[in-house]
Design a protein around this ligand. Structure first.
Ligand code: UD1
Length: 431
């Protein structure tokens, strides 16, 4: 089984190229199945979730061809199956976007209930509410969400909860509904905007993505396009925090600084220097880190996907910090592992971490509990005294392209290994 071995202590220094956003690419793939014409999607990250989604789509008859590592051709002209039961879909979240896409285009879809990281209950009631408002019948049966409609008609939908997934799914279905759909209390994440831009480039009529209210005038058909996915703000934020935690100097390149404002604000607050240019951000951590308070919120608030990385930084900051998780109920699983590395963090009421900063982490054997928690633990290990062995890295590979290689290029002592012998070799090498 693959593991990372890490010898901590080196400040990360240098430039890192950020890949395309996983959470934008997944729904854009699904949306590409809404036209019979060929679509080229560029700047996709080479991570496991992409493979699972594309395999799931291929199982329905969609033609998927890798043009190169970061570009894919999708042609959905020959779909023969509107039931998506691909085994891998139980492990990823994005597979549920095929519901909105197929329902919009074919007025019928059956998709296995999605998985993804175990970070809370992850309900789908708002997706179902939106599909029903458009005129679909929706049931959950034998582990599948089944949606079907004679016709989809535009509707006025108020989301009771701000949800990225529900906003995108309902927006996709409404793209090919008759008449006007207005979705209120929408998620405003950059990837919601990216999916709307993609659909508009295929001939859709979507206005307001990125605000609270999205207006969609249904169209009868969509056409082919070429589209490049936006940069991944969570990958970028992870490297920005890696600079802070290892007292480094890292420039993240190929980013949209506007998408990272809340992350930048918190890094400044804890004492880092942050310099922005057109498409890159430099983070320098020259001073000891200062304590602060953070609450995760939907965009443009501080992202829940950056909460573990923030906690790992604050656990090395002078004084007491408080991190409140307000998006998911169960997103502090990684804290047990951080405590094994010497972190002084207590989780109260499931949603609040009370953090008393310590001078240093110490290397340990740790197990990754989920994608972002895993990335945060790797950062902690990079700052720790001594060696760490990180298990269960398949979670990290779901969302970070070449994570250990990018870290090596910044001066980290990290390797991906498979056997105990490899671990021994690494220990001998790093001394
Ligand atoms: C997406 C991201 C995930 C990120 C999250 C929040 C993908 C593949 N995943 O997940 O990385 O952490 O956005 O930015 O893009 N909710 C309901 N009912 C619903 C839908 C959601 O109650 O019908 C709740 C969820 O349980 C959660 C909150 O709303 O508490 C936010 O969830 P949502 O924004 O939908 O997250 P995902 O789309 O699952």
């Amino acid at each position: 089984m693959e593991q990372y071995v890490i010898k901590g202590g080196n400040p990360l220094v240098g430039d890192v190229e950020i890949a395309g956003a996983k959470n934008a690419a997944l729904p854009v793939f699904a949306a590409a199945a809404m036209t019979d014409e060929t679509v080229y999607i560029d700047n996709i990250p080479d991570v496991r979730d992409m493979d699972v989604m594309l395999e799931a789509m291929a199982s329905t008859g969609v033609t998927v061809k890798r043009v190169n590592r970061h570009k894919v051709l999708i042609n959905a002209g020959n779909i023969h199956n509107l039931t998506v039961e691909h085994e891998g879909c139980k492990k990823i979240r994005g597979s549920y976007y095929l519901l909105g896409a197929f329902l919009g285009k074919y007025k019928q879809a059956e998709v296995v209930l999605p998985g993804g990281c175990d970070i809370g209950s992850r309900a789908v009631d708002q997706h179902i509410k939106g599909f029903r408002a458009l005129g679909a019948e929706v049931i959950i049966e034998h582990g599948l969400i089944k949606a079907r409609a004679e016709r989809l008609r535009g509707s006025h939908i108020y989301m009771d909860k701000v949800s990225v997934g529900a906003t995108i799914n309902v927006m996709m279905a409404a793209t090919m509904a008759e008449g006007l759909t207005i979705i209120e209390n929408c998620a405003k994440e950059p990837h919601v905007v990216d999916v709307a831009n993609f659909l508009n480039s295929c001939g859709a009529n979507i206005k307001g993505a990125g605000t609270d209210v999205i207006r969609i005038r249904g169209v009868e058909r969509l056409h082919g396009t070429e589209y490049a996915i936006i940069p991944d703000q969570i990958e970028a934020g992870t490297f920005m925090f890696a600079a802070a935690v290892t007292k480094g100097d890292v420039t993240v390149k190929n980013v949209i600084p506007k998408h990272l404002e809340s992350v930048t604000a918190k890094l400044l607050e804890i004492g880092c220097e942050v310099e922005e240019a057109d498409d890159c951000i430099r983070v320098v951590a020259a001073k000891p880190l200062a304590h602060t308070q953070v609450r995760t919120l939907p965009y443009p608030g501080f992202p829940t996907d950056m909460q573990p990385q923030m906690t790992v930084a604050l656990a090395l900051a002078k004084g007491t910090s408080i991190v409140t998780e307000s998006v998911f109920e169960n997103r502090f699983k990684y804290v047990d592992e951080l405590v094994r590395m010497g972190g002084d963090v207590k989780v109260e009421g499931g949603d609040t971490a009370i953090i008393d900063g310590v001078e240093k982490y110490t290397g340990a054997s740790i197990t990754v509990p989920d994608l972002r928690g895993g990335a945060a633990l790797v950062i902690a290990a990079l700052a720790a005294e001594g060696c760490s062995i990180v298990d269960n890295i398949k979670y990290i590979q779901r969302g970070y392209e070449d994570f250990h290689i990018k870290l090596q290029n910044l001066g980290a002592q990290i390797e991906m290994v498979e056997t105990d012998k490899d671990v021994q070799k690494f220990r001998l090498k790093v001394g």
